[in-house]
Design a protein around this ligand. Sequence first.
Ligand code: XBP
Length: 259
Amino acid sequence: MELAALLFDVDGTIAESEDVHRQAFNAAFKEFGFSWYWDAAIYRDLLSVGGGVERIRHYINRTQPEMLTRPDLFSLIEAMHDAKASAYGELVEEKGVGIRPGIVRLIREAHQQGLRLAIVTATSEESLKTLFDKALDKDVLSLFEVIGDGDKVPAKKPAPDIYTWVLQEMGLPPQACLSIEDAPKGLQASMAAGVPAVVTVSSYTQGEDFDGAVSVLSNLGEPAKSFDILAGDAHGQTYVTVDLLRQWHKESSLSKALA
Ligand code: XBP
């Protein structure tokens, strides 16, 4: 089957935004009078849980059992998460956030070549919009035909649900798509939905296990700045183009057919 669509993860893949999310969570905890502080090591561990509300809930379950009987726990977490989203917006505005190498080039190239594009993320609609509004050219979001954000399905990555939702919206089978992810939870979600995935490791996911990925790269690369290939075959290329993605996609369906 021909490659018809590219499905992009957001945090860690399009932008190096996870550390900005981390800082925003800490700002919200402070605002609500909690002394909790998520340093980079704690946050790396918590990244296995997709979505901000779910991540806070998971942290409380594990470390603050005395809070579990609070009748207002659910609304408290929701309120903290709203504060976190506001803090995230302010931090993105004040400090900016790095868009990763090759992202804008590849999105434009894919769109020009007729590939369909979608976003597949666990982050909230609000934070997704903030990132695109403040860190990318205005037209970039409009190139995506379907936006699968964290508000669309209840079960976040590593569950495959957001992938399944996006595929349904696009009317495409998973074998017609390729995803770009940066984290194990995203790779798991993509593979569970049947979508082969290319991984570009991010600052928080270096050294993780990406078994099953079509290829694992340091980033998408640019003509003047090569990627490092960590797993897979770059076929002599130094940056990711639509042609290279088509080749990887073909190889992934061949290896599935042989399995
Ligand atoms: C991103 C996430 C979250 C964000 C915060 O997932 O799960 O890391 O930290 O999400 P993805 P909220 O890699 O799928 O883009 O906006 O829910 O706080």
